[in-house]
Design a protein around this ligand. Structure first.
Ligand code: ZN
Ligand code: ZN
Ligand code: ZN
Length: 281
C-alpha cells in the first residue's frame, strides 16, 4: 500500500518524492522519472541537474543521498510540479515576441494571449437582452432584481420553458506545461437559485471565501473543443473583487484533460491563430 498524506490543497493523497528543486513555484527545470506503473503511478522525480548527478552515480545510493535533497509531495502537488517543470519544444517564452490584433479591443498586443472570455452565457439571446434593456428603464429596477438581467459577473434569465436560470462568470485556469502561468477561459457557469442569491448577497463580504464550492454546469460553447456545454464544474468563490475559479470534474473531455494535465505552449499558439484577428512573429 502506498503511503497517504494530507495536503492542505488536495486533501488525502498518495505520498510522492521529488528533489527539493521541484517543489514551490519553479518552472521549466525538467521532470525526470522512471516510467509510471500500476504499483508506482508517481515514481520519484528529479530536475535535470539532479538527474545528471543521479546518472553519473549510476542511480540512487549513499553518495546520491548526500548530494540530492528530497521532499515529500502529495500526488496532486506532484502533478502540478510535473506540468510546470516538464520541458517542451515550444515554450511560453517563445511566444513573447508574437504581435497580434485583438478581437475585443482591435488594438495590437505583444506576447502570448492568455485570456479569452465571454460576455454572456450561451443561453443569453437577443430576446433576453431586449427584456433586460426594458427592465432597466423601469423605476423599480434599483429596488428589485429583475428576473432577466446580465451584468459583468451575474446573469439570470427565463428560458423558453418558463424556468428561471442563474449564472456566474468565472475562470477556468489551464496550467501551461513547462511554465508557472495558466491559460484562462473566462466562462459562465450555472448556479442553483440558493447559491446565486447567497453570492449576490455576499458580493462585498470578505467572508464569502468561506462558502463551500458550488456545483455548476459549464454554460458556454468554448471553441477549440468538442461541445463543452454542461461539463460538470465547481465554482470556488474568491476574495471580493475576484471572479470565481471553476474546478472541472475529471473526465475524458479534452477541456477537462487540459485542465488536469496542462496545455502546451504550442497549442496556446494554435488557439491564438484562430482567435485573434491577425498574428505576426
Ligand atoms: Zn533537483
Ligand atoms: Zn497537494
Ligand atoms: Zn485587446
Amino acid at each position: 500500500m502506498a503511503d497517504m498524506i494530507e495536503c492542505s490543497t488536495h486533501g488525502q493523497c498518495q505520498a510522492t518524492y521529488v528533489c527539493t528543486h521541484l517543489t514551490g513555484e519553479t518552472a521549466g527545470l525538467g521532470f525526470n522519472h522512471d516510467e509510471p506503473t500500476d504499483e508506482d503511478p508517481f515514481p520519484d522525480a528529479f530536475c535535470d541537474d539532479c538527474n545528471t548527478i543521479l546518472e553519473a552515480l549510476g542511480g540512487w545510493n549513499e553518495e546520491a543521498e548526500k548530494l540530492i535533497k528530497i521532499s515529500l509531495l502529495c500526488s496532486g502537488c506532484y502533478e502540478r510540479a510535473r506540468i510546470r517543470n516538464t520541458k517542451t519544444d515550444v515554450t511560453l517564452d517563445d511566444l513573447k515576441d508574437l504581435r497580434w490584433k485583438c478581437t475585443s479591443c482591435d488594438e495590437w498586443h505583444t506576447g502570448p494571449m492568455l485570456d479569452i472570455g465571454y460576455d454572456a452565457p450561451w443561453y443569453w439571446t437577443k430576446k433576453h437582452a431586449e427584456a433586460d434593456r426594458k427592465a432597466r428603464l423601469l423605476p423599480s429596477w434599483h429596488r428589485e432584481r429583475p428576473k432577466t438581467f446580465l451584468n459583468e459577473d451575474f446573469c439570470a434569465l427565463i428560458d423558453d420553458d418558463g424556468h428561471e436560470n442563474f449564472f456566474v462568470r468565472g475562470l477556468i485556469h489551464l496550467p501551461i506545461i513547462g511554465a508557472g502561468e495558466t491559460f484562462r477561459w473566462g466562462v459562465w457557469g450555472s448556479l442553483s437559485r440558493a447559491n446565486f442569491e447567497k453570492l449576490l448577497e455576499m458580493d462585498e463580504d470578505p467572508k464569502r471565501t468561506e462558502l463551500p464550492a458550488m456545483f455548476s454546469w459549464l454554460s458556454n460553447r468554448v471553441p477549440e473543443y468538442p461541445d463543452t456545454l454542461n461539463l460538470k464544474m465547481y465554482a470556488h468563490i474568491q476574495p471580493v473583487g475576484i471572479r470565481p475559479t471553476f474546478f472541472l470534474e475529471p473526465s475524458d473531455h479534452p477541456l477537462a484533460q487540459e485542465y488536469h494535465h496542462g496545455i502546451s505552449a504550442e497549442r496556446v499558439k494554435e488557439i491564438m491563430l484562430r482567435q485573434v484577428k491577425e498574428l505576426k512573429g
